[in-house]
Design a protein around this ligand. Structure first.
Ligand code: FES
Ligand code: FES
Length: 160
């Protein structure tokens, strides 16, 4: 299989790699770059666990070819905490007992971040809609919804 050069930023850091044509971004991030914060669940676009943000949009890395990400700005949960300080969403998930397993939570966090980046004061319906593609088989979604709303409230207090 032909190798293709691809350059992008990952959580603000410049990356340059050769990937085999047809490699998914999920595989490239985990196996070539070592960003294990991105999780593969279904590998067919139905669970949301592999969600990342590409140029501001929430995308499924299992359905995205790495070679299409040239010049893109990619964000994953590995880049959420800065300088050892949790992102407000991570703090809200932690304090609200919204995270249970490591598979669904990274995708939930990225879906929530994509929402708050474009809509800092979402309604409950906005939140439910934003995480509609993210499946959790065990928690029930209420603590997750509450954590996202709580992070939005904390952000608006901090911004005031
Ligand atoms: S692993 Fe990508 S949607 Fe499930
Ligand atoms: S807590 Fe991760 S799938 Fe339910």
């Amino acid at each position: 299989m032909a190798k293709v050069p691809v350059q992008f930023t990952l959580n603000g850091e410049e990356m340059a790699e050769f990937v085999e044509s047809g490699t998914t971004l999920l595989k490239a991030l985990r196996e070539k770059i070592g960003d294990m914060s991105v999780k593969g669940g279904c590998h067919q676009g139905t669970c949301g666990s592999c969600s990342v943000i590409i140029d501001g949009d929430l995308r499924l890395s299992c359905l995205t070819l790495a070679e299409t990400c040239d010049d893109a700005a990619i964000e994953t949960t590995a880049g959420l905490a800065r300088g050892g300080v949790l992102h407000p969403l991570q703090r809200a998930f932690h304090e609200g007992f919204a995270a249970q397993c490591g598979f669904c939570t990274p995708g939930m966090l990225m879906a929530a971040k994509a929402l708050l980046d474009r809509n800092p004061s979402p309604s409950r319906e906005d939140v439910i809609d934003a995480i509609g593609g993210n499946v959790c088989r065990c928690t029930g979604y209420e603590p997750i919804i509450q954590a996202i709303l709580s992070a939005a409230r904390a952000n608006s207090v901090n911004a005031a």
